[in-house]
Design a protein. Structure first.
Length: 138
């Protein structure tokens, strides 16, 4: 959270402006910016966009990059190598990372799917509660 606050100050944004530009609830933003609660990922991503940064740029500031890949990263790359052809291999994609709009679109789809799953779960819970016999007070 400190990185988010620092970037906001460096870029000249007030908490209120980030809240407005990111369409963030005032009470939540207040608690987060005052350090009284940890932000959810959705909050962080909205604040990052409100400051005009790309997600990757924010995470580059937030996390130190190792000088060379970790053993775990190398292992994953070896395991997935056939799925993601590198430069110069047949079928390689030279597009680079997804543009921010595509990332936003994918995040919106994931959010919509999660919302659907949660709504189904709530309906099942309500249905199960309605079928339970009422308890008698002793």
């Amino acid at each position: 959270m400190e990185v988010l606050r620092t970037l906001a100050r460096l870029l000249g944004y007030s908490n209120r402006e980030i809240e407005r530009r990111g369409n963030l609830p005032h009470a939540t933003a207040l608690r987060v910016f005052q350090g009284h609660s940890e932000p959810r990922l959705e909050f962080v991503l909205a604040a990052v966009k409100a400051m005009g940064l790309e997600y990757a740029e924010f995470f580059e500031f937030a996390f130190e990059h190792p000088r060379r890949p970790t053993e775990s990263a190398l292992k994953v790359r070896r395991m997935l190598g056939h799925l993601n052809p590198g430069p110069g291999r047949r079928g390689a994609q030279e597009e680079g990372p997804l543009p921010g709009a595509e990332v936003d679109s994918l995040l919106a789809k994931v959010h919509q799917e999660v919302q659907g799953i949660l709504e189904q779960y709530e309906r099942k819970q309500e249905s199960a509660a309605a079928r339970r016999p009422a308890r008698k007070n002793a």
